[in-house]
Design a protein around this ligand. Structure first.
Ligand SMILES: C[S@@+](CC[C@H](N)C(=O)[O-])C[C@H]1O[C@@H](n2cnc3c(N)ncnc32)[C@H](O)[C@@H]1O
Length: 197
């Protein structure tokens, strides 16, 4: 597993490790956005899954024959993904990167599909957009500011402002879909799928 130094006291790492250690009840089911993106026309090249967690989306992309890079600050999450990828015989296709996305930079133009679900940071979105190769896709899902009514503890900085993330896309991207997913109990999320070129 590739690893950044200096993550020992990282607050995101500590918080998410504790959550995953508390019991990962996940099914390794792929995110619907990954299912949709992988069903569309895609150029050759690897898939990048940012803030992947123990990602069923990474497993789906690998099962489709794609090389996948999964990046997460929680080594507990990445170890869950590593074990499941081994169990499925997909470990050779998935590269695990233990890193804080505030510091890790993807290779510009290096990925046919860049996915991120359940995480928001404007600077990370900018780097992610630049990582999409010509003809490739970016898929993103995160809470909107409206979600703070249902989840008052949610930091404003972790939430999408009106129109985001589509309004932040540079020229050359076409929005295939941007939809709000209202949820009174858990908070509204917004889902974007866009193509570059
Ligand atoms: C809500 S979970 C989403 C996991 C997965 N993408 C999904 O949709 O199920 C958020 C993930 O972001 C990761 N994360 C939080 N802050 C991070 C950071 N600064 N850098 C990298 N990963 C981070 C957490 O470890 C966690 O796995």
């Amino acid at each position: 597993m590739g690893s950044q130094p200096d993550l020992a006291g990282n607050p995101d790492r500590l918080r998410w490790n504790a959550r995953y250690e508390d019991g990962f009840g996940g099914s390794f089911g792929p995110h619907p956005l990954a299912e949709r993106a992988l069903s569309l026309r895609l150029p050759g090249g690897p898939v990048l899954d940012l803030a992947s967690g123990p990602s069923g989306s990474a497993l789906l992309a690998a099962a489709a024959g794609r090389q996948v890079t999964a990046v997460d600050v929680s080594e507990v999450a990445l170890d869950l993904l590593r074990r499941e990828s081994l169990r499925r015989g997909l470990d050779g296709l998935i590269t695990l990167v233990h890193a804080d996305l505030a510091a890790w930079q993807p290779r510009p133009g290096g990925y046919s599909l860049v996915l991120c679900t359940g995480f928001w940071d404007r600077a990370v979105f900018g780097a992610a957009v630049a990582a999409v190769t010509a003809g490739g896709l970016i898929g993103w899902e995160a809470f909107t500011v409206d979600a703070r009514r249902a989840r008052p503890g949610l930091c404003a900085g972790w939430c999408l402002d009106p129109g985001e993330p589509a309004v932040l896309l540079p020229a050359g991207f076409t929005v295939l879909a941007q939809d709000d997913l209202p949820d009174e109990r858990s908070g509204t999320k917004r889902r974007l799928l866009a193509r570059f070129g």
